[in-house]
Write a protein that binds this ligand. Structure first.
Ligand code: NI
Length: 178
């Protein structure tokens, strides 16, 4: 596996609309493995293909998920290909986000509290996910990347963007990079 370079805000690639994945071939599997390594090394909880210069509808997410029938949250890796969000909740929630492509900054963003995601897994098999809370936020952030949208486009107000350290000084909250 190889660690890939993560593009930052100035790259026009981050603003492109990604094309659907049609071939679930060895090259795609290699890219996915490299993205997983890159995300973990960063470290981050999500990484979208355009962030590593591939304008494909592909993202990976690693976060703790709690199932309704289990009291314990379990860390889980998701590979989503050609994802679509449906049934966004009317309920919206504010939260603080960072992004591996916007290092050093965090901002306040409104997201749907829950969503359903239809996608394909890394082998092309259809998957359906029901998500809420922090995982739902990460999925919305990563799927935004596939449409050329960054969290700074969705700030609740232009003043709600802070240098990471400044934010930490005020509030002792841990923010993962998305
Ligand atoms: Ni991001």
């Amino acid at each position: 596996m190889t660690t890939l370079e993560i593009l930052t805000i100035k790259s026009p690639v981050l603003r492109q609309k990604c094309r659907p994945v049609t071939k679930f071939d060895n090259r795609l599997q290699q890219l996915i493995d490299d993205m997983i390594e890159t995300m973990r090394e960063a470290p981050g909880v999500g990484l979208a293909a355009p962030q590593v210069n591939e304008t494909l509808q592909l993202a990976i997410i690693e976060t703790s998920i709690r199932h309704s029938d289990s009291p314990e949250a379990i860390k889980k890796l998701f590979v989503i290909v050609n994802p679509k969000i449906t049934r966004p909740s009317q309920r919206l929630v504010k939260g603080i986000e960072g992004c591996l492509s916007i290092p050093g900054y965090v901002g306040e963003v409104v997201r749907h509290e829950s969503i359903r995601v239809y996608a394909q897994n890394r082998y092309g098999k259809p998957i359906k996910l029901q998500l809420s809370g922090w995982p739902a936020r990460i999925f919305q952030h990563e799927i935004d990347h596939l449409n050329g949208t960054l969290f700074i486009d969705r700030l609740t107000s232009p003043s709600k963007l802070w240098a990471r350290e400044k934010y930490y000084e005020k509030k002792l909250v841990d923010i993962s990079e998305l």
